[in-house]
Design a protein around this ligand. Structure first.
Ligand code: UT7
Length: 325
């Protein structure tokens, strides 16, 4: 049976020029390079310049993805930006990206699912494509988390960085079996009971301020490994595949110990996990498309391989996509 599949036809990413190492942070707060590396795997992070907005990072990543896909901005009929750090409360960062790319047609909107944002955006784009509503969707994860960090709270400020990643998701006909290229399965979850474990203590309606990120790290960590392994098993079950058939896992990059723990639980060898957390830190919705772009451009990810993307973040929200490259 012939069906519409969503295939990634291009990837791109962008990191701000300014690099802040753990040693740099040692000079400002009560922390050490050793503590950060041992507990998180993070060695450094990129921080946006004062005049660099989330939409600027997003546009650079989008241009790189369009170039790789050999497409012009005009080929795009939908833009979805996953971000929790938008330029403005409204309009959406996606409409700003649309303007900066010189596009006046199609639709553009933001999705907010914190660190799971890219999985939520990709799954939404896939649904639009399968419904025949869009042919080429620009899906971006872009963040300037440095703007919502409390730089005096050592338990959170060392963990995050800024950046953007993008993919072009394109409609392609498939046979409806696991040999098809494109997204073969996806699953999203949310559970609002856990709001107070990872949140920002400000907002338009509540405090009329932007607020700062607050996290009960250990509790988030505990939920992360369990939820991520479970949602990966759900997408494997949807296709009837096993973890042995997976070529690469490209996880949300929060903490190397979470990545190792999830891979162990899934019985997937550590060398099949794409890890960028050491260089990028946690870039929230940007971390998966950033890591994906690294592994595509360095030649690890090649056509025909089975890839799993997975993430968990504030809300809680979590989800996974399984695709054949
Ligand atoms: O992307 C969204 C999802 N987010 C996550 O997945 C994050 C999940 N959580 C984590 O990654 C980890 O829980 C953290 C990296 C946040 C913390 O690691 P941990 O091993 O759970 O450390 P802890 O919170 O138990 O803290 C251990 C000690 C504490 O000192 P005491 O109470 O034992 O004396 C902290 O005060 O480490 C101390 N500490 C620090 N020391 C030096 C906390 N932050 C720092 C720091 N530098 N930056």
């Amino acid at each position: 049976m012939s069906i519409i599949r969503s295939v990634i036809s291009g990837t791109g990413s962008y990191l701000p020029k300014n690099i802040v190492t753990n040693k740099d942070l040692e000079k400002k707060i009560d922390t050490t390079d050793e503590w950060i590396i041992e507990r998180t795997g993070i060695e450094r992070r990129h921080i946006a310049a004062d005049d660099e907005l989330t939409s600027d990072l997003a546009v650079q990543a989008a241009k790189n993805a369009l170039a790789q896909a050999n497409m012009a901005a005009d080929d795009i009929d939908l833009i979805i930006v996953a971000t929790s750090t938008p330029d403005q409360t409204f309009p959406s960062t996606a409409t700003t990206v649309q303007r900066k790319l010189g596009l006046t047609k199609g639709a553009a909107f933001d999705i907010q699912a914190v660190c799971s944002g890219f999985i939520f955006a990709l799954t939404t784009a896939d649904t639009y494509i399968k419904a025949g509503q869009a042919k080429n969707v620009l899906v971006i994860g872009a963040e300037t988390f440095s703007r919502i960090l409390d730089w005096e709270d050592r338990t959170t400020c060392v963990l995050f960085g800024d950046g953007a990643g993008a993919v072009i998701l394109s409609a392609q006909m498939g046979n409806g079996d696991n040999q098809d290229r494109g997204i073969l399965a996806s699953k999203l979850h949310s559970d609002g009971r856990y709001n107070d474990l990872l949140y920002v203590d400000g907002g338009v309606s509540s405090t009329q301020t932007v607020g700062h990120l607050r996290m009960k790290g250990q509790e988030v960590f505990r939920h992360a490994v369990v939820n991520l392994a479970s949602v990966v098993n759900e997408v494997l079950d949807q296709t009837g595949m096993t973890s042995k058939q997976v070529d690469w896992i490209v996880p949300h990059q929060a903490n190397k110990r979470i990545l190792d723990g999830t891979a162990r639980k899934l019985k997937i060898s550590a060398d099949k996990v794409v890890i960028t957390v050491q260089k990028h830190a946690n870039t929230s919705a940007a971390s998966i498309p950033l890591a994906l772009d690294v592994a595509v451009r360095d030649g690890r990810i090649t056509q025909g391989q089975i890839i799993i993307l997975e993430a968990m973040g504030g809300g809680f929200t979590w989800g996974a996509c399984l695709l054949r490259w």
